[in-house]
Design a protein around this ligand. Structure first.
Ligand code: PEP
Ligand code: MN
Length: 266
């Protein structure tokens, strides 16, 4: 049994622009130059996008790049000022939320490794009490729809009405050609449960490689998902995280232009 979510009309908070809503930008903020040149490359072809970049990175293994941290919030603000993009980053605890609210980040997202933990999600929800900011909740790593819904409910109960979900695929023992198995049925069930809840497809973390991104993004559009998140880096080969899946701004443009809008009649 699920409670109804109390949601604000997505057309208002997602900017009212045409679907799909786009979330482009690097996996991680690395340097001010990397962020700026990536944003500039995206801006050549897309004006109306949310610019994403992780600054606190939940890495599977230690001794890998774990993000720049709070300092990169200033770099993100600079991107917003120069290109007019709304900026979004991942938050995993209350201090991340506080830093982002102070810096004026436009949209927060909760990552897949945080959604699995109700204590962490509740701590974020508590930090958001009385705040009006859009929050996107990625699916948990494991294919558990109830856990995903529980996280959405916790954030919504804190008063966040500008709420969305991000489908980033699920870690299974058999992922097929995907980095994370899409298990589309779970996203379809979420949409059927909450028709008013926007769902963004994170084609990069599902695909894990550029070749699969067009197919995954097209499938999301055909299933009437509301937006796409695609990791974009000025020079993917030297990216400090997820380099195997990021697109250059030119590759991004080519792939997005190759997508076919969902036919009203299909
Ligand atoms: C990311 O978006 O870079 C990320 C860490 O994603 P996820 O939480 O889906 O693994
Ligand atoms: Mn990533």
């Amino acid at each position: 049994m699920t409670d109804k979510l109390d949601l604000e009309n997505e057309q208002k908070w997602l900017g009212g622009h045409d679907r799909p809503f786009y979330f482009f930008g690097p996996c991680s903020a690395e340097t001010p130059e990397q962020l700026r040149s990536t944003a500039s490359g995206i801006h050549k072809n897309f004006k109306n996008v949310f610019f994403r970049a992780g600054i606190w990175k939940p890495r599977t293994r230690p001794n890998t790049f774990e993000g720049i941290g709070i300092e990169a919030l200033e770099w993100l603000k600079e991107i917003k000022r120069e290109f007019g993009f709304q900026i979004t980053t991942e938050v995993a605890n209350a201090s991340h939320v506080e830093a982002c609210l102070k810096a004026g980040v436009d949209v927060l997202w909760i990552g897949a490794r945080t959604t699995v933990n109700p204590f962490s999600v509740q701590a974020i929800a508590d930090a958001l009490e009385g705040v009006d900011i859009p929050v996107l909740v990625k699916n948990p790593i494991n294919p558990d729809l109830a856990l995903w819904i529980g996280a959405l409910e916790r954030i919504n109960k804190a008063g966040i009405r500008k709420l969305g979900a991000i489908h980033r695929g699920f870690h299974m023992t058999e992922n097929g050609p995907y980095r994370n198995y899409p298990n589309w049925n779970i996203a379809i069930q979420l949409k059927a449960t909450y028709p008013e809840l926007p769902i963004i497809c994170d084609a990069s973390h599902i695909s894990g490689k550029p070749e699969l991104i067009p197919h995954v993004a097209q499938k999301a559009i055909d299933l009437d998902m509301d937006g796409l998140m695609i990791e974009t880096h000025i020079n993917p080969e030297v990216a400090l995280s997820d380099k195997q899946q990021q697109l250059s701004p030119d590759q991004l443009n080519e792939i997005v232009n190759g997508l076919t809008p969902k036919s009203k009649y299909s």
